[in-house]
Design a protein around this ligand. Structure first.
Ligand code: DQQ
Length: 454
C-alpha cells in the first residue's frame, strides 16, 4: 500500500481508501484499497474500490485522489494514468461506498495548462465554497520547481483553470528544499490561517512532506512559514486530511518501508498507515499534531514511574517494562544542570546489541532518532533522522511515543513529529531505557501502556 486516498466520514463511519497493488508488495498496477472504521482504531477491509480499466484513461493505474460528498453522491477525483499521461478522473460511489462506477466522460481535464513544461500533473485536493468546487492539482515545471494548480468547477465535471496558488523554487534550500515536483497537495483552513501540505518529489524519488502556513486570498496563497511536517521523511509521506463530524482535522500519512525491495517481497507486504493525528495551530502559528485520543482505547497494562533522577553515562533499562507494541509518555523537566543530550532507548536487547535511541539535543535544539544500532540486519535503513524543536523558556520536554513493531511515531511537545521504521532481529530486543549524557536529567513521569486489542 501507499498513499491514503479519499478519506471521508460517511454516515458516521470513517472510510479510508489507499493506493494498493493487489499483485504484490511492490509499486505497480495501482488500485484503490478500502477500509472502514467506526472508532478510528479498529478497521475492517472492504472490497477494492477502483481498478484500472483496460483501454481507459486509468489503464496504467488509479493514482491518488480524494472523495467528496457531491449533493449526496460520494464522488472520487483521482489521477488516471495512461501512457505516462496523468489526467483527472471521476468515479461515483454507491450509498455504502462499496461499489464505484467511473464517469463515462473521463478524463475531466484533458491536458495540463498550456505554457508550462510540466514534469508532473497529479493528485487532488477538493473543497467547496458556496455552490462552487475548487480543486488543487500537484505539479512541477522543468527548471522552476513544484506548483499547486487551482481549478474551479460548478459540477466537478467542467473545470476552469485559474492559476497556481503557489510556485516553488527548485534552487531554494532555505529553510527546506521543496524539490522539483509537488505530489499530493492538501489545503485546509486551520485556526485563522491556511495550511498547504505538499509531498516533495525529485529525480523520481519521494523525499518528505512539508507544510506551509499562510494567508489565502484571491486565489493566491502567501506562505508565512515553511517546515518539514515530520522528520522521518519517507516514513510519513503523501498525507491526507479528513475533517470529521466533530470538526477535527485528522491526518494520516503513508509510512514507507526502511528495508530492501527484496525484503518487502519476502515479507509479502509493504507500507503501513500512520496513526491518525489531530491538527491545530500553535500560538506561534505553527502546525501542532497530537495522536487522536481514540487511540487510548488500545491501552492495556499500565506502568508508571515518577521523579526519576537519571545520572549520566549509564542507561537505565527499566525492569519489568518491555514490549514491541507500547505507548509511552515521558515528561522531562529541564533546568540549568540538565544534560546536553538525553532521551529514551526502545527495542533494546539486554546487552544493548540492538537499540533505537530517541533523544533531544539541547545544543542543536533537535529531536533525534538514531537507528544506527536498531538492527543486526545490514540491509535495513539506519540513517540518523533529526529535526528542529526549539523549547520555550521554562518549557519541559514531553515525548509521546507509539511503538508498533516496525513503526515508531514520536510526538515531541505536540509540535515536532518523527516517524520511523526499525527492524530489530533479536526476539529479546524489547527493553526500554532512559539515559542522559554529559549531566543528569529529571524524568518527572514516565507512563507506559502495553498496547492491546482495545
Ligand atoms: N503515489 C501515487 C501518486 C502520488 C504518489 C501513485 C505519491 O498519485 O503522486 O502511487 O506517493
Amino acid at each position: 500500500m501507499n498513499d491514503p486516498n479519499g478519506l471521508i466520514q460517511w454516515e458516521g463511519k470513517y472510510h479510508m481508501f489507499y493506493q494498493y497493488n493487489p499483485q504484490g508488495a511492490f509499486h505497480g498496477t495501482i488500485h484503490w484499497g478500502h477500509a472502514v472504521s467506526e472508532d478510528l482504531v479498529h478497521w475492517a477491509h472492504l472490497p477494492v474500490a477502483l481498478a484500472p480499466t483496460p483501454g481507459g484513461p486509468d489503464e496504467d493505474g488509479c493514482w491518488s485522489g480524494c472523495a467528496v460528498n457531491n449533493n449526496g453522491t460520494p464522488t472520487f477525483v483521482y489521477s488516471g494514468h495512461q501512457d505516462h499521461q496523468e489526467r483527472p478522473c471521476l468515479a461515483f460511489g454507491s450509498a455504502d461506498l462499496v461499489k464505484w462506477e467511473k464517469y463515462a466522460g473521463n478524463p475531466v481535464i484533458a491536458t495540463p495548462p498550456e505554457g508550462w513544461q510540466m514534469v508532473g500533473f497529479r493528485d487532488h485536493c477538493i473543497w467547496r465554497e458556496g455552490e462552487t468546487w475548487y480543486q488543487l492539482i500537484g505539479a512541477g515545471v522543468k527548471d522552476v520547481g513544484g506548483m499547486a494548480l487551482l481549478y474551479r468547477s460548478p459540477d466537478l465535471i467542467h473545470w476552469d483553470y485559474l492559476n497556481p496558488i503557489l510556485i516553488g523554487d527548485h534552487k531554494q534550500t532555505d529553510p527546506v528544499w521543496t524539490g522539483t515536483m509537488w505530489e499530493c497537495p492538501d489545503f485546509m483552513p486551520l485556526g485563522d490561517k491556511h495550511v498547504l501540505l505538499i509531498s516533495v518529489w525529485a529525480e523520481n524519488r519521494t523525499r518528505y512532506t512539508v507544510y506551509f502556513v499562510g494567508e489565502y486570498r484571491e486565489y493566491q496563497f502567501k506562505p508565512e512559514h515553511l517546515q518539514k511536517l515530520d522528520y522521518g521523511d519517507i516514513h510519513f509521506y503523501a498525507p491526507q486530511k479528513l475533517v470529521d463530524q466533530q470538526g477535527r482535522t485528522l491526518l494520516w500519512g503513508w509510512s514507507q518501508e526502511g528495508r530492501s525491495p527484496q525484503a518487502q517481497r519476502a515479507a509479502g507486504w509493504s507500507g503501513v498507515m500512520s496513526l491518525p493525528r489531530v491538527l491545530s495551530l500553535s500560538e506561534e502559528g505553527l502546525l501542532q499534531m497530537a495522536p487522536a485520543p481514540e487511540i487510548q482505547r488500545l491501552r492495556g497494562q499500565h506502568y508508571q514511574l515518577t521523579d526519576i533522577e537519571v545520572s549520566p553515562a549509564v542507561t537505565e533499562i527499566l525492569a519489568g517494562v518491555q514490549g514491541e507494541c507500547l505507548e509511552i509518555i515521558a515528561e522531562f523537566e529541564l533546568d540549568e544542570v540538565t544534560a546536553p543530550e538525553f532521551g529514551l532507548k526502545v527495542r533494546c536487547a539486554p546487552d544493548e546489541e540492538e537499540e533505537t535511541v530517541i533523544s533531544y539535543s539541547r545544543g542543536a535544539q533537535e529531536i533525534i532518532m538514531d537507528r544506527s544500532r536498531s538492527s543486526l540486519d545490514p540491509e535495513v535503513h539506519r540513517s540518523l533522522q533529526a529535526g528542529p524543536l526549539a523549547l520555550r523558556p521554562g518549557e519541559g520536554l514531553t515525548l509521546h511515543i507509539f511503538l508498533d513493531r516496525s513503526i515508531i511515531e514520536v510526538y515531541a511537545n505536540t509540535r515536532a513529529c518523527l516517524t520511523s521504521r526499525i527492524y530489530p532481529t533479536r526476539p529479546d530486543s524489547l527493553g526500554l531505557g532512559v539515559f542522559a549524557q554529559g549531566g543528569p536529567v529529571k524524568l518527572k513521569s514516565l507512563d507506559v501502556w502495553e498496547m492491546g486489542e482495545g
